[in-house]
Design a protein around this ligand. Structure first.
Ligand SMILES: NC(=O)c1ccc[n+]([C@@H]2O[C@H](COP(=O)([O-])OP(=O)(O)OC[C@H]3O[C@@H](n4cnc5c(N)ncnc54)[C@H](OP(=O)(O)O)[C@@H]3O)[C@@H](O)[C@H]2O)c1
Length: 220
């Protein structure tokens, strides 16, 4: 099994690092191939660099570690290659204004997940995952002791669920399904109640995540 990671910025490099540490093979791709090569060299024999096309072609799962605007370009270009793949989407509808303040780039009732899944070919196995923690938290909290950190995911697709659970565990976290693709917004920021920001920045374990999910499902 091999996972392509497209984009080697904050999120892509953290996921690549964690997956390799967990024994997975990754192929990293970037707009600037020298950045992907540098990361692959740092990660050792279970990582290699490739073009975006070659990385997707050879992979079972593809993590699109890109900003939403870049996905709007990359997905249509690569749609034929993404057909049949598990596609992991960590994106958040986040922008930064001139003062560095966060703002929401989509209407409140529209998730980044709905945009990304809508761009994919019908045969892609879509899952929202790996975007529920700030990048620094994701990088720093793999294999936390005594209790692992929980990562929510959202999908309607059983193949995607099985694959992403394997990847989340390999990366050193505990997976928990938040719901279907229609629930993607709940694990996005800003606004998602199951995103780290929805817990006032707290980084939660599986028991806390189950409690939060259960509490949210109770009628008011
Ligand atoms: N940062 C966070 O705390 C955080 C947390 C959760 C989720 N996320 C989500 O994760 C995604 C990535 O965020 P990030 O912080 O990792 O961003 P980032 O550090 O800016 O990394 C994005 C990467 O995508 C690359 N890229 C852009 N266009 C590309 C293309 N056409 N082909 C290949 N690579 C391309 C960029 O390369 P260049 O440098 O050459 O442009 C850059 O390396 C976003 O959707 C974000 O919402 C971020």
């Amino acid at each position: 099994m091999s996972t392509a990671i497209i984009g080697v910025g904050n999120i892509g490099s953290a996921i690549a690092r964690h997956l390799v540490a967990g024994g997975e093979s990754v192929v990293v791709a970037a707009r600037d191939e020298s950045q992907a090569k540098a990361l692959a060299e740092e990660l050792g024999p279970n990582a290699r660099a490739a073009s975006v096309e070659d990385a997707i072609t050879g992979a079972d799962a593809v993590v699109l570690a890109l900003w939403l605007d870049n996905m709007r370009e990359v997905i249509p270009q690569q749609a034929h290659l993404l057909d049949g793949k598990v596609v992991v989407d960590p994106s958040n509808p986040i922008g930064f204004d001139a003062n560095g303040q966060i703002f929401r780039t989509l209407p409140d009732d529209q998730s980044a997940g709905s945009i990304v899944s809508g761009l994919l070919p019908a045969g892609a196995h879509y899952v929202k995952a790996f975007g529920t923690l700030a990048a620094e938290a994701l990088a720093a909290s793999t294999n936390r002791e005594p209790r692992r950190v929980a990562l929510f995911y959202a999908t309607d697709d059983d193949t995607a669920a099985t694959t992403v659970e394997r990847l989340i565990r390999a990366a050193g976290f505990d997976p928990l399904k938040a719901g279907g693709a229609a629930d993607a917004g709940r694990i996005e920021a800003p606004g998602g109640d199951l995103h780290q920001f929805g817990f006032n920045g707290e980084i939660i374990d599986l028991e806390q995540a189950r409690t939060a999910l259960g509490a949210a499902k109770q009628p008011a």
